[in-house]
Each structure stands twice: as structure tokens, then as C-alpha cells.
Write a protein that binds this ligand. Structure first.
Ligand code: SAM
Length: 262
């Protein structure tokens, strides 16, 4: 999905070096063949050529320096030189969110990646309007954000799932992972206490899943079901109703601050 027209900032962060996610093994002296899209980006958009260096990562082996060995427009070839950074796992915080319209969906994927979410998944609630989500587009946004903000790990992107079905299987599938349910009806001011209580109970670094509702909010049955669960904590994001994409970012910030790696 790399779109050269509106992409004015090459995928590099801070190092000044171009960073690319490549789904390939990394080893010094090894070769990595870039796909057509990445080759076009490197050779035609960034006008890079043979002998120039880039940084690459595959999401689990850390970050590596690589040299452009062949700079063909269709299939550039990289030669892996050395590892520049070890793998840094993401804090075990997931973002489950009711999908919103495309541009804001891109925004949620990009910002959740920058903020260190380890998995993002659209959940279809009863008042969800947007039911079709292109996983590839979500994945492309996640990859581009990871390239741009210096991540060496890549958040997992899961297919959209109905909230009811997800909750039916939660305990057996996700075991101890707690659901932090962003509830606009929750008492403002209570979240800090609730999150700090989790931290005080040794909850820092433990697995969590943030849940963000649709623009229309959760319906009464969904809300009652979430409140009845022992593995679910309702949190308020303050006295004002936030749009879903803002709520996702605000919630990630609050949780990273108290239970994550901030
Ligand atoms: N239609 C709902 C209403 O008017 O009450 C607002 C839904 S809001 C736009 C979308 C989602 O963002 C909510 O379901 C909730 O998960 C989250 N959210 C927004 N503001 C929040 C707040 N102040 N506290 C907790 N969650 C919030």
C-alpha cells in the first residue's frame, strides 16, 4: 500500500537510514530479495542504488544493516551485513476495536503500532457499522508505521471477529488475559485507581486486551455481559465522550503508562 504521492517521509526514524520490514530470515552475508513494491520504492522513489545501505527487520530477529547488492526496478537484492539492534518484544497489550471508516482505521492501525500494541484486531459489535475490514490494508499500515517509528517487532494483525463469539471463547483461548473494557459510562477518575490496583497486584507486564466500542457505543446487553465477566475491568477515559480512534490512542497511553513499558 506504499503510496509514493502522499508518502513524503521515507521509512526511516531518527537514524536517517531507510528501514524496511522484510519477511525473510536474517543472517550476516545472506541475501534478501525485495518484492516489486519495495524495489520500486527503494530504486524509483528514494532513488537509492547499488552499494547504499538500508536497515531491515523481520519482526523477530532484531534489526540488521544491509547493502543494496542489485538495484533493479522490479527486484532489488540486499546483502545482509550485521545486526544493529537485538529483538525487543512488544509489551503484551492487545487492542480490540470496533472498526470505523477507512481513513480512521488506517489511523488506529498506525498509532496503535507506534504506541506498542502487540496485537490489533477489529471486533464486530452489535452497533458496528463498518463490518468489512481489509486485513491487508491494516497489515500494510502496521508495517509502514513500524518501519517509520523504529520498531524491530511487528504487532500481529488478526481477522475481524464478532464480539460475542470472541467472548464465548475468551477464557479457553486467551486464558489469564484481562479485558480492559473502555466504557464511556464508567465513573470518570476511576481508571487510574483501577489500573494502579492491577499494577499493585503484580499486573505490570501481564497480558491485557483493550476493548474499544463503535461510534454508537456498546448496547446494553454487551455492556451487561462485559460487566459480568471476572476477567474484565471497565475503565473510563475521562468525562468527555471520545471518538473511537481517539479513545484507542488515549486508552493505550493510559495502559502503557501504568501497566506497560512507558
Ligand atoms: N455512542 C456512545 C455514546 O454516545 O455514549 C459513544 C461511543 S464512543 C464514540 C466509541 C467508544 O470509545 C466507546 O464505545 C468506548 O469504548 C470509547 N470511549 C469513548 N469515550 C470514552 C470515555 N470517556 N471513557 C471510556 N471509553 C470511552
Amino acid at each position: 500500500m506504499r503510496n509514493d504521492e502522499d508518502d513524503d517521509s521515507p521509512a526511516h526514524c531518527g537514524t536517517g537510514k531507510t528501514r524496511l520490514y522484510v519477511d525473510a530470515p536474517m543472517a550476516a552475508g545472506g541475501d534478501v530479495q525485495l518484492d516489486k513494491d519495495q524495489s520500486h520504492y527503494l530504486v524509483n522513489v528514494l532513488r537509492m542504488g547499488q552499494g547504499e545501505h538500508v536497515l531491515i527487520f523481520n519482526g523477530h530477529d532484531g534489526e540488521w544493516a544491509a547493502e543494496i547488492a542489485e538495484a533493479s526496478k522490479k527486484a532489488a537484492l540486499l546483502r545482509v551485513i550485521e545486526r544493529t539492534r537485538a529483538h525487543q518484544p512488544l509489551p503484551d497489550i492487545w487492542l480490540l476495536f470496533a472498526p470505523v471508516k477507512r481513513a480512521r482505521l488506517d489511523f488506529i492501525a498506525q498509532k496503535a503500532t507506534e504506541m506498542g500494541a502487540a496485537m490489533i484486531q477489529p471486533v464486530i459489535t452489535r452497533r458496528t457499522i463498518v463490518s468489512r475490514v481489509k486485513d491487508q490494508r491494516l497489515q500494510a499500515n502496521v508495517v509502514e508505521a513500524a518501519e517509520q517509528c523504529g520498531l524491530v517487532a511487528l504487532p500481529e494483525v488478526r481477522e475481524a471477529e464478532k464480539l460475542d463469539a470472541l467472548l464465548d471463547r475468551w477464557s479457553e483461548r486467551e486464558g489469564p488475559r484481562r479485558i480492559l473494557f473502555c466504557d464511556e459510562a464508567a465513573e470518570p477518575g476511576g481508571s487510574k485507581v483501577a489500573l494502579e490496583r492491577l499494577a499493585a497486584e503484580g499486573g505490570k507486564g501481564k497480558p491485557y486486551a483493550l476493548l474499544i466500542g463503535p461510534e454508537g457505543g456498546f448496547d446494553a446487553e454487551e455492556r451487561a455481559r462485559l460487566h459480568a465477566r471476572k476477567d474484565t475491568v471497565a475503565i473510563s477515559l475521562g468525562p468527555r465522550i471520545l471518538r473511537a480512534d481517539t479513545a484507542a490512542i488515549a486508552a493505550l497511553a493510559a495502559v502503557q503508562m501504568i501497566l506497560g513499558d512507558w
